[in-house]
Design a protein around this ligand. Structure first.
Ligand SMILES: CC(C)(COP(=O)(O)OP(=O)(O)OC[C@H]1O[C@@H](n2cnc3c(N)ncnc32)[C@H](O)[C@@H]1OP(=O)(O)O)[C@@H](O)C(=O)NCCC(=O)NCCS
Length: 209
C-alpha cells in the first residue's frame, strides 16, 4: 500500500492508542464513551452503563483505556482498597471492567490491555492485584500471569472451597446485598509473591470495581 493510501485509511485500521488516566481527569465525554463501550461489551448488563455511568460497582481510581480515534475499544478499571483475607487487612488493587469491544476481540488487544494493567499495578504500588472472573475467561488471565487462589490441595477441609470471596453486589441493580463467590479469584504478584498471600476467605466489605 502506498503512503497516500495508508494515510487515507479509516481510523479503525490504525493500531489503538492506549492511555492510563486518573479518574479525576476524565471528562463527561470520556465517561459517556467508556459507558457506551462497556454496555456494548457486557450487553446483558447494559442497563448498568447508562449515560455517563461508566462503572457498575466501586468507581475506579485509574483507567487503562485504548481508543481507535474517538471510540473506546478496550478498557480496565483499577482501584486500591483494603480487603480482609482471613485475619489480615490487606491493601490490594482491585481490577475490573476488563473489556475489549466485541468487534476487536480475538486480535491481541486484550493481551496488550493486561500488559498495560501490569504497568498500572506497578504505578499504584500495592503488593497484589485482585480480581474475580468466570471459568470461561480464567485462561485469558492465567496466560498473562494471573494466579488462581487456592487449588484442590489448598481447599478448605470444611467448606471444600479453595477460597470464597464475600462482596457487596453491584448496586446498579438496586440494593447492595452480600454475595459469596466460591471460585474464580485470581491475584497478580506486584511487590510480593503468592506465598505472601494470607490464608482464608476474602471479605471486601463493599463493592468491587
Ligand atoms: C476477555 C477479553 C478481554 C479478551 O480480549 P481479547 O482481545 O479477545 O483477547 P486477545 O485476543 O488479546 O487474547 C490474548 C490471549 O488470551 C487468550 N484468550 C482470550 N480469551 C480467552 C478465553 N476466554 N479463555 C482463554 N484464553 C483466552 C488468547 O487465546 C490469547 O492467547 P495467546 O496470547 O496465547 O495467543 C475479551 O474477549 C472480552 O472483552 N470479553 C467480554 C468481556 C469479558 O468477559 N471480560 C472479562 C470480565 S472478568
Amino acid at each position: 500500500m502506498s503512503d497516500a493510501a495508508q494515510h487515507a485509511s479509516p481510523a479503525s485500521s490504525l493500531a489503538p492508542v492506549f492511555s492510563t488516566v486518573a479518574e479525576g481527569d476524565l471528562t463527561l465525554d470520556d465517561h459517556e464513551a467508556l459507558a457506551a463501550m462497556l454496555a456494548r461489551t457486557f450487553d446483558a448488563y447494559d442497563h448498568w452503563y447508562a449515560g455517563a455511568r461508566s462503572w457498575a460497582g466501586m468507581q475506579p481510581e485509574l483507567r487503562v483505556v485504548a481508543r481507535d480515534g474517538d471510540v473506546v475499544v478496550a478498557h480496565a478499571g483499577l482501584r486500591r482498597q483494603f480487603v480482609t483475607v482471613g485475619e489480615t487487612d490487606l491493601l490490594v488493587t482491585a481490577v475490573g471492567m476488563v473489556a475489549v469491544s466485541p468487534a476487536a476481540q480475538g486480535t491481541g488487544l486484550g493481551g496488550e490491555l493486561l500488559r498495560q494493567v501490569d504497568a498500572a499495578l506497578e504505578r499504584l504500588g500495592s503488593r497484589f492485584g485482585l480480581l474475580e472472573t468466570g471459568e470461561a475467561v480464567q485462561g485469558f488471565y492465567r496466560g498473562a500471569g494471573w494466579l488462581p487462589l487456592g487449588d484442590d490441595e489448598g481447599s478448605d477441609p470444611v467448606t471444600g472451597h479453595a477460597v470464597t470471596g464475600h462482596y457487596t453486589a453491584f448496586s446498579a441493580d438496586g440494593a447492595g446485598v452480600l454475595v459469596s463467590q466460591d471460585e474464580g479469584w485470581l491475584i497478580r504478584e506486584v511487590g510480593a509473591t503468592a506465598a505472601d498471600w494470607p490464608a482464608g476467605d476474602i471479605r471486601w466489605n463493599g463493592q468491587m470495581v
